[in-house]
Design a protein around this ligand. Structure first.
Ligand SMILES: Nc1ncnc2c1ncn2[C@@H]1O[C@H](COP(=O)(O)OP(=O)(O)O)[C@@H](O)[C@H]1O
Ligand SMILES: [Mg+2]
Length: 568
């Protein structure tokens, strides 16, 4: 990992023609706070500075004053002679010829009306950072020498000129190698330092790979050794796009207090930290935890299902907020109008296209005797297409008269990969991944979890790749959606127990459900099933289940639709 020979020793040359050496001592002190030992040489004349640059000695950082006092009296009384030092520093680098940065150049200037383009000229000559002398004052907007020291430290680390701190270690596992080569080891180090800044100083971090979810972020587990030798284990999420991480962090702060404290994983409040185009957030790593998807595939979970689901939803769990309904309104020409319930249950446009692709991929199997051979195949396709296209429910158009959209605060990505079960004598659930948290149709959290259990926990691989259990899965979805207990299944006791628990707790989990809204629940389940039909990571039989069970749900929804006065 980090090069053991590479030290944290920094050599600085300051070239200033004004004999004002206020920088050296304080800058060295600030760099010491980043655990760098600094040796600084000060060159008062231009020649001395240029001579030093032409020698073979190592110079990690050049700090150069751009405007030197003019040799002749009279205006202008300053000349941009420092540009020669910038050029010399870059020439030196080019002479090495490997294209690597060996010296950082910081150019400083006084405000000058005589040289309005000096910033640009300095950058063109190769300065990495151009500041005004006044920026170095402790109360400047820039942040003074403290900020400059941080910049120097971070750039030296990123350019591999000093060994990174915290020191990273890892094994040769492909996931971690990919993540580190994407993000860059120096960036990982700097991001960890920044995330830890308000908590503790981190000496070293041992990294392991964690399989990410659908977000595409890199997820790593980091065992940290702090300066006082105590250990912490964090989960780090790295992404190129800060927005989603930021939302996740803000949501984690917003939900704190809404549920029992232990239900949501604890996030580090600071972040996202940003370095070199990457962003990161951190949370406490739940050691010894399994995802609910994994857990429900184990027979030993069966006896604890009821207890874990109770903690997840009831008594300060997620269902606490499922009654807090609001009705979003949409502005139209004649004032505000309620939104039809069906609009909260339709797939977003990009998913509609994916469903169409899934139908094209799977349709043939519906007629295939070696698969499921359904006589109603054409009806399945047209029913799903009608719903996806216009929200039509098995041939019937619905609008606000059939129901008005009510939304409640939900996790909004409640699948078994986003629920951890902490293993103990009494296992305990913990919710992660709050990026989507917010108000949505009241049935969606529960619909998503039910469908996720069927897709991932009923006959996991290899059985999920065969067709002989297909009708059992289809029946389990149908029965659970009607709040009837799913049939006994000795191969999947924990998953069945979970589905039965949901069916038995309909009043707690779906407190807004009434007879006239029953159809909305079935449509919510259908919408979730269609999403899973598009997932190539699922087996083909499970994907086809997504389509056919969605068709079943749309029919159940249609027969539950309330009668409304016919429109004209
Ligand atoms: N705090 C945590 N402790 C232990 N494992 C975690 C933690 N957070 C996430 N994980 C693991 O990392 C996986 C991906 O995390 P998640 O936050 O869901 O990322 P994504 O946004 O990519 O879905 C989870 O399924 C889980 O296995
Ligand atoms: Mg996730």
């Amino acid at each position: 990992m980090s090069d053991p020979d590479k030290s944290r020793h920094v050599t600085i040359m300051i070239a200033d023609g004004r004999k004002q050496w206020r920088v050296t001592g304080p800058l060295e002190q600030e760099l010491a706070a980043h655990r760098c030992q600094t040796a600084t040489t000060e060159k008062q004349t231009l020649d001395a500075a240029l001579e030093q640059l032409s020698s073979h000695s190592t110079i990690d950082v050049v700090i150069v004053n751009l405007l030197y006092p003019a040799e002749n009296d009279g205006p202008p009384n300053q000349e941009p002679l420092g540009l020669a030092v910038v050029n010399a520093a870059r020439d030196r680098e080019r002479a090495v010829g490997n294209g690597k940065r060996t010296t950082l150049v910081v150019a400083l200037r006084q405000p000058s009306t005589a040289y309005p383009d000096l910033d640009r000229e300095a950058r063109d000559a190769g300065a990495d950072h151009v500041l005004e002398w006044s920026d170095l004052g402790p109360r400047s907007r820039y942040g003074g020498l403290k900020e400059l020291a941080k910049w120097i430290h971070d750039e030296l680390t990123r350019n591999d000129l000093i060994a990174p701190l915290p020191e990273l270690s890892r094994d040769d596992e492909p996931g971690i190698l990919t993540a580190l080569s994407d993000i860059g080891e120096a960036n990982v180090s700097l991001l960890i330092t920044d995330l830890a800044a308000t908590v503790a100083e981190v000496k070293s971090a041992r990294l392991t790979y964690v399989t990410p979810g659908a977000s595409g972020a890199h997820v790593l587990r980091a065992e940290l050794t702090l300066a006082d030798d105590t250990l912490r284990t964090w989960l780090l999420k790295f992404a190129k796009d800060a927005a989603e991480l930021k939302t996740e962090l803000i949501n984690s702060q917003n939900v704190a207090g809404a549920y029992t404290t232990q239900l949501v994983v604890e996030y580090l409040p600071y972040g996202p930290a940003s370095h070199g185009g990457w962003h990161a957030i951190a949370m406490v790593f739940a050691s010894g935890a399994k995802t609910m998807r994994t857990w429900l595939c184990e027979t030993s979970a069966t006896d604890h299902v009821s207890d874990v689901f109770h903690q997840l939803f009831l008594d300060g769990g997620l269902a606490t907020l499922y009654r807090n309904a609001t009705r979003p309104a949409k502005e139209q020409r004649h004032g505000n109008h309620p939104v039809p319930a069906v609009e909260g249950l339709m797939l977003p446009p990009h998913r509609r296209l994916r469903v169409r692709t899934a139908i094209a991929e799977l349709e043939g199997l519906m007629r295939e005797s070696r698969a499921v051979e359904l006589t109603v195949a054409p009806d399945i396709v047209s029913t799903i297409e009608g719903f996806v296209r216009s929200g039509e429910i098995a041939g019937r158009a619905v609008d606000h008269r059939h129901g008005v959209l009510e939304v409640v605060p939900q996790h909004a990505d409640l699948h078994g990969g986003n629920i951890l079960v902490l293993m103990a004598r009494h296992p305990r659930p913990c919710v992660i991944d709050l990026a989507a948290y917010g108000r949505q149709h009241w049935a969606l959290d529960v619909a998503r979890l039910v469908v996720d259990i069927v897709m991932h926990c009923l006959d996991p691989a290899p059985e999920s790749h065969f067709w002989d259990r297909w009708s059992v899965w289809r029946a389990a979805v149908a029965r659970t959606s009607l709040f009837e207990p799913a049939a006994d299944d000795p191969d999947n006791p924990a998953a069945i127990e979970a589905l039965r628990w949901v069916a038995a707790h309909k009043d707690d989990l779906l407190p807004l459900l009434t007879d006239v809204k029953q159809w909305e629940w079935h449509v919510a389940v259908a919408e979730q099933l269609l999403r899973y039909a598009c997932r190539h990571r699922l087996s083909t039989p499970k994907r086809l289940l997504g389509l056919v069970a969605a068709y079943d749900q749309l029919h159940l929804a249609q027969s539950a639709l309330p009668n409304v006065p016919s429109s004209f």
